[in-house]
Design a protein around this ligand. Sequence first.
Ligand code: ZN
Length: 262
Amino acid sequence: MPEPRPAVPISEVVDQLHALGVEPGHVLLVHTSFRTVGPVEGGPAGLIQALGHAVGPQGTLVMPSWTGDNDRPFEPGATPAAPDLGVLADTFWRLPSVRRGTHPFAFAARGPAAAAIVSDPLILPPHQMASPVGRVLEHDGRILLLGVDHDANTTLHLAELLAGVPYRNPMHITVLRGGRPVRMDYLENDHCCQRFTLAGGWLKRLDQQKDGTVGHGAATLTRSRDVVDLAVGHLTRDPFTFLHPRGSECQECALAWRSVPG
Ligand SMILES: [Zn+2]
């Protein structure tokens, strides 16, 4: 059995975040694999405390908080965050000072910009300018990837829509209408997202991404504006940049390819 890793003290995590470039006053959208970052003193709540210290009282923390359950209506005070969002996201929205969106593509936020970022009504497909990722962009927010790569970077879906990519996959959610659950079908620019990791190379080449360590995990900090501008540029030259090539083994990308006219 390997020795268990020691829990990183909260004060050291704050120092790591500052070394990475997180500053007081930042609007910080955080995507996390706590398994990769931990253990941290105080567990997931301790890591949230460290993130709060790093952005200070004038900063705003934002995390994805959507449901993974498409077949039941979303209840903001009860529905767990999707399992693949991880324990940090599911811990964050439950804290009393955190505001959570009210629809199935909810984000959660804490800080002065929280209401402006998470309060937009449901919009489909979900990741547009009038959605949390768009509001983070408007607030010149930073994106922090903790133990995850850009395949977890939802803001790239916003870039796809801004660039007008031609693929859409059929999806559904369940909403309440007059107190009854109703299935809503819609089309979303979705795929496996593995090729979102290309963004890391683009950003590094332009020195627009800072890499370091937070807790025990690899961490990446970048500006939402830089991510979107770069991705829109690449997608304008090749709208299929983020899809596995036509005819590849990837079922999700194959579905996206099938939606393309011609
Ligand atoms: Zn794929």
